[in-house]
Design a protein around this ligand. Structure first.
Ligand SMILES: Cc1cc2nc3c(=O)[nH]c(=O)nc-3n(C[C@H](O)[C@H](O)[C@H](O)COP(=O)(O)O)c2cc1C
Length: 220
């Protein structure tokens, strides 16, 4: 009787350990998969006064950035960094840097001439409940004087309000004004929305928001 109970406990522990390893492996594999969304290139013949700047490690925020740019005929700029590759090392580094809330990572481009833009979208995934380090770094390094800024994020389940307020203060320190924060919650690992659904949600969000931003800007 005693041995049967003991075996049951061991099997239960084994099952929990195997399930935890399987979940970790599943997340790692998912995390390494880049979502390639339909590309967007800004038109060269007409200068836009709207710019979409984004960092994306695995393509989801990029999909949202591209939909915003497509809808507003905006210029688009991707922030690159070598720090957070799609491999396990990159993932570890991403966790470490976002937990320590760094605002100093190597990014390209670092400094951008923003003078001809009146509205700037800044996008990033949420890491450890806050926008990821490359976006904070971009804000640190650039001048947002007189600019309206919209922050946009994708994430799985949750962000916190305080880092968003902190982001707003950083924009204000740089002379800009955060006029909105939009986001798409993709859902947790097992019931996460697919790329098509992400794009559809971005489009629905833009249907609601674009007029709001335009009238806000007219009233300035
Ligand atoms: C290091 C790291 C930390 C993350 N932290 C969070 C988090 O705090 N909250 C959340 O909902 N999702 C979190 N995620 C999930 C990402 O926000 C989500 O997958 C996002 O859509 C990825 O965007 P991307 O494909 O543009 O890189 C995290 C992902 C990574 C890699």
């Amino acid at each position: 009787m005693k041995t049967t109970k003991g075996r049951l406990i061991i099997y239960t522990i084994l099952l929990v350990v195997v399930a935890a390893i399987a979940a970790f492996a599943f997340v790692q594999i998912k995390d390494r998969t880049y979502f390639h969304s339909p590309p967007y290139t800004s038109k060269q013949d007409k200068a836009s006064d709207v710019l979409v700047v984004y960092y994306s490690r695995s393509g989801n925020t990029e999909a949202m950035a591209r939909e915003i740019a497509r809808r507003l005929h905006a210029d688009i700029l991707r922030i690159e960094t070598k720090s957070y590759g799609l491999d396990f090392r990159g993932w570890l580094q991403a966790n470490g840097d976002s937990r320590s809330e760094t605002k100093q990572v190597d990014i390209t481009p670092a400094v951008v001439d923003l003078h001809r833009y009146r509205l700037i979208f800044l996008g990033s995934p949420i890491w450890w409940y806050r926008p990821s380090p490359p976006l904070w770094t971009f804000v640190e390094k650039n001048d947002f004087s007189g600019k309206d800024v919209v922050l946009f994020n994708t994430f799985n389940s949750k962000f916190k309000a305080e880092p968003i307020k902190e982001f707003q203060r950083e924009i204000e320190k740089k002379g800009g004004r955060l006029i909105d924060h939009i986001f798409i919650r993709r859902g947790r690992v097992y019931y996460q929305m697919n790329g098509k659904e992400l794009i559809r949600q971005a489009q629905n969000l833009l249907d609601k928001k674009v007029k709001e931003w335009q009238s806000l800007q007219r009233s300035r």
